[in-house]
Design a protein around this ligand. Structure first.
Ligand code: SF4
Ligand code: SF4
Length: 431
């Protein structure tokens, strides 16, 4: 039987030719299976296709577009670029498809963007502006690099040298100082010494997400080398997208496994869960609210560790050696829920779509900057679900989710309060 050499590099869309061409349009990437759902009211999983009903915006449409691109039957047009980029790459379709057909949908979508950039068509103008900002100021906003540590208040203790390094990220450094401050105060409260990067730069999330892999790789190398020079054993993040970058995308960009990184990557939700179990985190102050938790894609279904793979594809699409699929099951699902449920006074209520089936807020991976109406429509759709279950507070663990939900709440005159996980935990600690 003839075989084809194949690997998981997103730099070559033809690696995903088999996956893209085998889509049977079952729409498991659009609907959440009824086995997981108590009803049909909140049963979709694709923000892009909910925003725009045309099939091309769903994963099943994009798989046909990808096949045509790889076969040279389609040229880039402004509309085609919109279809490829109006998508938060939330990974929900990948989870759904792998429950049905085991096709690599998420990586196919990424590889289409890499091709768009290689062909000189992508990314979108808003993304090019972000890339320019990063090159000039090392942050996505184009703000002064010297202001990066302005969030640091005098009551926070930062060590010169420590095992834990807190990578703050662009948003918490510039627009969401409350998250950086709450995270640092939680670390101080648990008596965990931590240091900061000697000179922190952007993690490169937007670059990687829009297909600018060369630029993202340079940042990955630079950031990893800098952590190595500090001797830190753990890199801790409060941003979900930053966590995905360090844990999954840096290894992917460098063709190594997550296990090969010379440090461990930990999100605040994970750290807080361990600290709670060890007794150093003591949430004793009541927070009397009925609240729900939104699984940010980048710490949940997009967070399975990375392992490079290359091999051969043979009869009926079988691959050899065995490919251990990333199914989104190894994300941080239990950790935030354990911590939230331990806070006295909290009445925790789950949303209808939770964990791997959560509906993305729509902001991440360059979407809000280029397609603000998509980001807004997804957040409003998710807020309907929050209202349905009667929660007063919506907690997420990513500044991008927080900002997007907060804006949607404001636009709709909604009464839901939006909080970051770090703020909730800090509110439960006695000063
Ligand atoms: S679940 Fe997979 S096979 Fe089914 S329509 Fe979606 S992409 Fe195609
Ligand atoms: S990644 Fe998310 S938004 Fe994009 S096609 Fe898949 S489910 Fe839809």
């Amino acid at each position: 039987m003839p075989t084809t050499k194949v690997n998981l590099e997103t730099t070559d869309l033809s690696n995903y030719r088999y996956d893209m061409s085998r889509c049977i349009k079952c729409k498991g990437c659009y609907w959440v299976e009824h086995t997981y759902m108590p009803g049909v009211k909140f049963s979709t999983r694709c923000p892009s296709n909910v925003w725009n009903d045309f099939d091309s915006y769903g994963a099943f449409g994009k798989m046909r577009i990808g096949t045509a691109l790889v076969e040279g039957k389609l040229d880039w047009t402004p509309k085609l670029l919109e279809i490829v980029y109006a998508d938060p790459l939330c990974g929900a379709c990948d989870v759904g498809c792998k429950r049905n057909l085991d096709l690599e949908i998420g990586l196919s979508l990424e590889a289409m963007r890499v091709k768009a950039v290689k062909d000189g068509a992508g990314p979108m103008p808003a993304h090019k502006k972000i890339a320019e900002n990063i090159a000039a100021t090392h942050n996505v906003f184009g703000s002064a690099h010297n202001d990066r540590k302005k969030w640091l208040t005098k009551d926070i203790q930062v060590a010169e040298k420590a095992d834990v390094l807190y990578f703050v990220g662009c948003t918490a450094s510039y627009t969401n100082n409350e998250i950086a401050q709450a995270t640092a105060k939680i670390l101080n409260a648990t008596k965990t010494p931590f240091m900061l990067m000697p000179d922190e730069w952007c993690c490169g999330n937007t670059l990687q997400s829009v297909g600018m892999l060369d630029e993202a790789r340079e940042l990955a190398k630079r950031n990893i080398e800098m952590v190595k020079s500090t001797g830190a054993k753990t890199v801790l993040l409060s941003c979900a997208e930053g966590y995905r970058m360090w844990k999954v995308e840096y290894p992917k960009l460098l063709n190594i496994a997550t296990a090969d990184l010379p440090f461990t990557v930990v999100h605040l939700t994970e750290f807080a869960d361990s600290a709670l179990k060890q007794g150093s985190l003591r949430p004793t102050k009541p927070v009397n609210v009925r609240l729900t938790y939104h699984d940010s894609c980048s710490i949940s279904r997009l967070a399975d560790p990375w392992t490079p793979w290359s091999g051969e594809r043979g009869w009926m699409g079988t691959v050899s050696p065995r490919l251990k699929r990333r199914r989104g099951t190894q994300g941080l699902y239990g950790q935030p829920r354990n911590v939230i449920s331990s806070i006295p006074g909290v009445e925790f209520v789950e949303m209808i779509r939770a964990r791997e089936n959560a509906f993305c807020c729509g902001a991440g991976r360059g979407t809000k900057e280029a397609f603000p109406t998509l980001a807004s429509s997804s957040a409003k759709h998710r807020l309907e679900e929050v209202k349905e279950i009667g929660a007063e507070v919506l907690v997420s663990a990513c500044p991008w989710c927080k900002n997007n939900f907060a804006q949607a709440v404001k636009e709709d005159g909604n009464h839901v309060k939006v909080m970051d996980f770090s703020e909730l935990v800090l509110a439960s600690l006695d000063a």
